[in-house]
Design a binder for this molecule. Structure first.
Ligand code: CU
Length: 144
């Protein structure tokens, strides 16, 4: 056996373990063990992509991936009278998409969070602007 290769492998395993602990302690959970977010993200998915909430709930997204994403509501899905929501706090979908394409406006970097309080029941569909073609879409279903 090549001793140098073995040591290198053992070293990277130790680093991976330490990094794993850090991720659990700082990002994934608070002191009570509850997740600090409701919806995470992989490279090309919202996790979970369907999320159920109750009127008045504040839903928290966290970018738990290494890629940049957006959370951008599909305006036609937002119920009449409900607030539009998008990272970057754009007023509508058209502005949000234009800002992303112009200067990555609304960018949610690694470990950044975004939250929105849902005041009206309904089904809210949203997308990640840079990854929507790859199927990065999500849905929040808000009931009374
Ligand atoms: Cu994305």
């Amino acid at each position: 056996m090549n001793r140098r290769v073995y040591l290198a492998a053992a070293g990277s395993a130790a680093v991976a373990t330490v990094a794993g602990c850090t991720a659990v302690g700082e990002v994934g959970e608070d002191l009570f063990g509850d997740p600090e977010y409701d919806i995470g993200m992989s490279r090309n998915e919202f996790l979970p992509d369907d999320f159920e909430a109750t009127v008045g709930d504040t839903v928290v997204w966290m970018n738990t991936s290494e890629a940049d994403h957006t959370v951008t509501a599909i305006e036609s899905s937002v119920p009449e009278g409900a607030d539009y929501f998008a990272t970057g706090d754009y007023e509508d979908q058209q502005r949000a998409e234009a800002a992303w394409h112009d200067h990555h406006g609304g960018r949610l970097g690694t470990r950044d969070t975004f939250e929105h309080t849902f005041e009206l029941p309904g089904t809210y569909d949203y997308i990640c602007v840079p990854h929507v073609r790859g199927g990065m879409v999500g849905r929040v279903i808000v009931s009374e």
